[in-house]
Design a protein around this ligand. Structure first.
Ligand SMILES: [Fe+2]
Ligand SMILES: [Fe+2]
Length: 306
């Protein structure tokens, strides 16, 4: 496949386009496109040289009181291990390089967060051990689908924090590459899942679909808090929603979902249109909005004279 060209979207984002016509999901061209998209959009920033902006007491207090830092650091640590463990199962060299890059970026997110908490004097709980997963494919899928949920809410939350002025703009901008990396990861992941299920032996497919179903059940279970009481984990797995209340008290659920949807659209708009986009969580958000959006009051104005 030839090298990508860049165009610009209506809001000024650079769009990566690979030349060529339509691609079939599960084809070699599909594999090259979703792997190259991840590899070619790599941002080489270095956590060690990030200049954390000084915060006044109020801003620092708000940052320290966010109840997300332990779970955020631990989630990135586990994500790195889950993704890295899957590289051993990948025989295709291009796909392996892409999965390795994904794992590297998860490790870098942890590094960025660790530097942030250190820079602002946030105390973390001791990290639990991260045992190597017994089933790397399950672990990779758990991280992938989990990011599909968390990133969707993080997109809206991040935009909300920016609008409300909860954090100074320099701090928000410092985090921008991390958020966009999660958009790249979920784009990569849903295309991997589509490619993987189409290229595996037919006899394995029912087992894979069962696994996908089981991952979603697990993630829902984890998010409604059952995992917390049964597994003894102190982490709050609903951290993106918990944080939404902290960064923008006045935002309604409908407004937050609207913001998540528009930000998801914007962040995904810069990648090749032939790639699949994560669909389930945005579809659920649109469905939920039909019930929770306040109905417009009926108009009872005077009738025009006939
Ligand atoms: Fe991450
Ligand atoms: Fe990620």
């Amino acid at each position: 496949m030839s090298s990508p060209s860049s165009t610009f979207t209506a809001d000024g984002n650079e769009r990566q386009e690979f030349p060529g016509g339509p691609i079939r999901l599960g084809s070699d061209a599909h594999r090259v496109l979703f792997c190259r998209t991840l590899l070619d959009t790599f941002n080489p920033y270095k956590p060690a040289v990030i200049d954390w902006p000084p915060l006044d007491d109020d801003a620092r207090g708000r940052l320290v009181s966010l109840p997300i830092w332990d779970i955020a650091v631990q989630t990135e640590g586990r994500a790195r291990l889950n993704v890295a463990s899957y590289t051993a199962e990948v025989s295709d060299s291009l796909l392996r390089r892409a999965v390795e890059l994904n794992a590297f970026e998860e490790g870098r997110h942890k590094h960025v967060l660790s530097n942030l908490v250190q820079a602002y004097g946030i105390e973390l709980a001791p990290e639990p051990p991260y045992p190597a997963p017994r089933d790397p494919e399950w672990a990779f899928m758990k991280t992938g689908y989990s990011e599909c949920i968390d990133s969707f809410f993080a997109f809206g939350l991040f935009a909300s924090a920016k609008r409300s002025g909860f954090f100074p703009e320099e701090l928000v901008d410092t985090f921008e590459p991390v958020i966009q990396e999660e958009a790249r990861h979920i784009l990569f992941f849903v295309n991997w899942a589509a490619w993987h299920r189409r290229t595996m032996p037919i006899w394995r497919r029912p087992y894979f679909e069962l696994k996908v179903f089981a991952v979603w059940i697990y993630l829902v279970w984890e998010r409604i808090g059952i995992a917390k009481s049964v597994g003894g984990s102190s982490a709050d797995n609903n951290f993106t929603l918990t944080a939404s209340k902290s960064v923008h008290e006045d935002i309604s659920v409908a407004e937050l979902l609207d913001l998540c949807l528009s930000e998801n659209e914007r962040r995904m708009s810069s990648y090749d249109r032939r790639l699949l986009r994560p669909r389930l969580v945005p579809a659920l958000a649109r469905w939920a909005l039909r019930f929770i959006r306040p109905r417009r009051p009926a108009l009872h104005g005077p009738r025009p004279n006939s």
